[in-house]
Design a protein around this ligand. Sequence first.
Ligand code: ZN
Length: 106
Amino acid sequence: MGPFNSQGGIPLPLSLSGSTPPNPNLSRVRALPLRPIWTGLGINTAFYGVMWFGLVSSIRMARRWRRRRRGLCTRCAYDRTGLTPAQPCPECGLMPPMPKASPTTA
Ligand SMILES: [Zn+2]
């Protein structure tokens, strides 16, 4: 192995890097890395962004589904008992989605 390239990092004094590290491969490290590895940063950002988006979206979808099943407004959880499906929510004004036409009605 060649000498460690500390380009873009903070060089460490030999007293710090000369101590026995737990990992023998780290004995060659003479600097703290400061520059991002752009490819890895981009992949990690995309991966964790998609993971968080999926998690937050699924929680919102589950909450809307549960409110719809209990007869509540899907946005504000107002109790829609006594309201027709064509009436908007009196609390937030949200129009409920039109019920899907069943294949038996023709
Ligand atoms: Zn509402």
